[in-house]
Ligand binder design. Structure first.
Ligand code: GLN
Ligand code: ZN
Length: 757
């Protein structure tokens, strides 16, 4: 114990006050220059390094910064960039943004690369695209070298950190015949060249992150991993004196552990928070002269570390690794938590003392490493206080749930007939996912209300006007199922979190979701319950504006939980059921008040699927799917339940999704291929489906023809009577002009399909 070194895998990079987000958005609009944007980025990097230095972190990463995404950074670093972006007559940074979120302007018209959830987090990465002609070439002015130099200039020696070749090749998408293994040699050579450049610049360490090692790994993949690193280490040893750290996170590396310890890395990073087997693996041996970057401080949740528990974990670790080789680290990048608790001025100190965001976690690392007695005592006292306010009514309600609470009657096919008569919708019914553009005035109205600058009446009046306008617009566009637009919401989870008891919400605790998009996850603080209706008034008002059906719009329990920081003292299942009961109350209130269609978004259902398939049901789906069913099981047959998911990668859980027993599901499809449609077909998917026909993550306006083409692909696989037509997600991040144009094309495309035989 005592006097260990400390390491960090990655630090938040969006800026303490989201400076990068705002500067990037200005840059996209041409309001600031590239140099001005670069200056903001440099300041953000500087801030992170200085904080880590001040906290005495020994291994401070560099190159953890990104303008959009670290996987896309690797693609640009090694020039693995599709020609359609390279050929744009734009600066390199603009090409990078074109690949990240599409480009439509006087220089061309290209869609973005697909985006996917990053492992089991709510962060999204850009999926690199590789075709048979792709080469890996280290570009001049390599970002890791630049950022290393930049830190050196500020007097800080960092560990250049980047996604490793195995994970990069594993996550890329292959368009041609060639697969990952065919590119391994080229990729490794490019990484080796980078290693040489870093060594020349004076770097002592290079950390390669290989989180893909925590998946289930096949023999072929294992061979690929081994051959990559045997060659890499061999060459780097021959050419440089650089030390190499292999960093893993988001789980344990049980399938390759023996290979990893035999390869001869100078440091190995293991996750002892999510890595259920990490300790067990350690017991099978750990190389003598290798550092263990022990991921003991949770990089994904915001609770203070329990030092007693962490110390006993470290003591256990030290049975297998010599003390001087144990480095106290974070379990994953701190990208997944907000910057600092110090930015929260509204929550009481008694609450805040239980939180550790990125900056506070630096202190935790240092205190754990030094074994500081005073800190240990203080921490002990904190964990001795009872934090949670229990709610016995909710606990009682949970204990009396029976199977009937999870089973909607009658069957979906019977309900379909009832609903068909009730709604009398045309073929290919058109709708949107819920939110409409959140213009500056919409945000200003919410902000003014929050700050007490306008009265509740004024706030409601403004939103009603917006709702009425939004409905009029949708009627003019010709959409069949209307939404109210979600102007009262900042974020689909934070909104509900702030209206339900048992959550605590923050002012500034932003976490990057993708690119410039950040979310402020609520914190599950205690038992959850709903004391009053949340959305009913808005929905009822919206319905009063039109004869068309207006969808009630709720967020489902699994998503609320997955996008919150959960409690660590009760199970996720219990938390999901408590939230489920609260949302169920809301569903029934909407129904009682004349809302005929209710959408319960489960945008994030997939993302917490355990990374290993064998754990899917046992650890997750067996409580997550029932939690959704709990929410709608009690509605009438004629009430139509929709759900929405923000991705289309659920080929392997198609049956579980069907089992949620919704009447209609909309999901993202436009950014990925339509492979899912085959899976739906094979599974005889019963739920009606609206695979998004255009990408809302980009400002580009899809043409009518593009949408018609997408629909043709869809009806080749899905019975036409089951198909809905909609964008692939909510429109809140879009501008009004592009939204109206896109939706008009969408409606025109649906009409065209109706005319076809
Ligand atoms: N109803 C939400 C919206 O339209 C859904 C958002 C989402 O799926 N992320 O904004
Ligand atoms: Zn979505």
């Amino acid at each position: 114990m005592g006097n260990k070194k400390t390491s960090v895998i990655g630090f938040p990079r969006i800026g303490k006050n989201r400076e990068l987000k705002f500067a990037s958005e200005k840059f996209f609009k041409g309001e600031i220059s590239e140099a001005e944007l670069q200056k903001v980025a440099a300041d953000i990097r500087q801030y992170g390094w200085q904080k880590q230095k001040a906290a005495n972190i020994d291994f401070i990463p560099s190159n953890d910064f990104s303008f959009y995404d670290n996987v896309l950074d690797i693609a640009f670093l090694f020039d693995v960039v599709p020609e359609r972006y390279k050929n744009l007559n734009l600066s390199t940074l603009e090409k990078y943004f074109a690949a990240a979120h599409g480009y439509q302007g006087d220089k061309g018209d290209v869609k973005a690369l697909p985006m996917k959830k990053w492992f089991n987090t709510n962060y999204h990465y850009i999926v690199p695209e590789i075709d048979d002609a792709t080469e890996f070439k280290l570009v001049a002015d390599a970002k890791p070298v630049q950022e290393f130099n930049e830190a050196i200039a500020a007097g800080i020696e960092t560990v250049p950190s980047l996604i490793g070749p195995y994970t990069f090749l594993r996550l890329a998408r292959y368009n041609g015949q060639k697969k990952a293994k065919d590119f391994a040699a080229a990729a490794v050579n490019a990484y080796i060249e980078l290693a040489e450049k870093l060594a020349d610049a004076g770097a002592k360490w290079l950390a390669l992150a290989e989180p893909a090692l925590v998946f289930d790994i096949t023999e072929d993949e294992k061979r690929l991993f081994k051959s990559i690193y045997e060659f890499f280490l061999d060459q780097v040893r021959a050419k440089t004196s650089l030390k190499i750290a292999l960093q893993t996170y988001f789980g344990d590396i049980r399938d390759v552990y023996q290979d990893v310890i035999a390869l001869g890395f100078n440091a190995i990073g293991l996750d002892f928070v999510e890595g259920l087997k990490s300790l067990e693996l350690l017991k099978t041996g750990f190389p003598k002269n290798t550092l263990l970057l022990a991921g003991v401080v949770n990089g994904k949740n915001i609770w203070r570390a329990d030092y007693a528990q962490k110390n006993s974990l470290l003591a256990e670790i030290e049975k297998y690794v010599v003390t001087e080789n144990v480095v106290v680290g974070t379990s994953c990048s701190l990208l997944h938590v907000p910057y600092t608790v110090a930015a929260e001025t509204k929550l009481p100190a008694e609450t805040l003392q239980h939180f550790a965001f990125a900056e506070e976690k630096l202190t935790e690392l240092a205190e754990l490493a030094s074994g500081d007695d005073a800190a240990l005592e203080k921490n002990k006292a904190l964990f001795a206080t009872t934090r949670v306010k229990e709610n016995s009514a909710v606990q009682g309600q949970l204990s009396t749930l029976t199977d009937a609470d999870f089973e909607r009657k009658p069957s979906r096919l019977e309900r379909r007939e009832v609903q068909k008569k009730r709604f009398n919708l045309p073929a290919f019914p058109t709708t949107t996912i819920g939110s409409f553009p959140q213009t500056a005035e919409v945000r200003a109205n919410r902000a003014a209300f929050r700050k007490g600058e306008i009265t509740c009446e004024q706030y409601v009046e403004f939103n009603r006007k917006k709702i009425a306008e939004c409905i009029k617009l949708q009627e003019e566009i010709g959409l069949d199922v209307i939404v109210h637009g979600e102007f009262e919401r900042n974020d689909m989870v934070e909104y509900f979190g702030s209206k339900i008891d048992g959550f605590v919400f923050t002012q500034n605790a932003w976490v990057q979701s993708y690119g410039t998009r950040c979310v402020k996850p609520p914190i599950v603080w205690g038992d959850v319950s709903r004391s009053a209706p949340i959305t009913v008034e808005w929905s009822v008002f919206a319905q009063s504006c039109t004869n068309k059906p207006v969808k009630g719009m709720l967020t489902g329990p699994v998503t609320i939980l997955n996008w919150s920081f959960p409690r660590e003292d009760v199970s996720l299942k219990t938390q999901a059921q408590q939230i489920g009961l609260a949302i169920r109350d809301e569903v029934l209130d909407l129904e009682k008040n004349g809302i005929k269609i209710i959408q319960i978004d489960e945008a994030a259902l997939r993302e917490k699927l355990p990374l290993r398939k064998s754990d899917w049901h046992k650890e997750y789906l067996d409580w997550a799917i029932p939690a959704f069913r709990l929410v709608h099981a009690k509605v009438k047959p004629e009430t139509q339940i929709h759900t929405h998911m923000c991705y289309s990668e659920f080929n392997d859980i198609v049956r579980d999704i069907d089992n949620m027993d919704a009447d209609v599901i909309t999901f993202e499809a436009s950014r990925s291929d339509l492979k899912l449609l085959d899976a739906l077909n094979e599974a005889h998917f019963e739920t009606q489906v609206g695979p998004g026909v255009y990408d809302i993550h980009s400002p580009r306006v899809p043409s009518e023809k593009e949408i018609v083409d997408a629909l043709h692909k869809i009806i080749a696989k899905v019975p036409r009577q089951n198909v809905w037509v909609n964008p692939d997600c909510g429109l809140k991040t879009r501008g009004e002009t592009e939204t109206t144009a896109s939706l008009k094309n969408l409606v025109a495309a649906a009409k065209k399909l109706r005319e076809e035989k």
